[in-house]
Design a protein around this ligand. Structure first.
Ligand code: FES
Length: 130
């Protein structure tokens, strides 16, 4: 019997265990209006959040070469390029060159050990399988 609460596998971002609270994030790609966009998910204070991975300052990815999106204190999301700070729970700009502009959030849910896009998401995960 199929569990109707389970999100479709195509919407799965990662396993719940892949995201430690305040730890490294997971990068993935989404398709929105036929455009491929970088995205990431992190866990903060036990809750998973996901955003389009574009700083509002210069449209660059927040991270350089690894999947670490938090500042030194693990309290905020930070852009590695010029240090814009974002609220991990909303993506709102908290300081630096983001000039009041926040990150674009992606609605996610966590169910049965998986993190997935919510049903009301306006994007789809890019499936790189042939
Ligand atoms: S590109 Fe992110 S702070 Fe400048």
């Amino acid at each position: 019997m199929i569990d109707q609460r389970m999100p479709p596998l195509a919407d799965t971002i990662c396993l719940s265990q892949d995201l430690a609270s305040g730890g490294r994030g997971i990068e993935f790609q989404v398709v929105k209006n036929e455009e491929i966009l970088p995205a990431f998910a992190v866990r903060f204070r036990g809750v998973v959040y996901a955003y389009i991975n574009r700083c509002s300052h210069m449209q660059l990815k927040l991270n350089f070469i690894n999947d670490d999106f938090f500042d030194f204190d693990r309290d905020h999301l930070i852009c590695a390029t010029h240090g814009a700070l974002y609220d991990a729970t909303s993506g709102a700009c908290l300081g630096g060159p983001c000039s009041g502009l926040g990150l674009v959030p992606l609605p996610v849910k966590e169910l049965e050990g998986r993190v997935a896009l919510s049903d009301n998401s306006s994007v789809t995960i890019l499936n790189e399988d042939p």
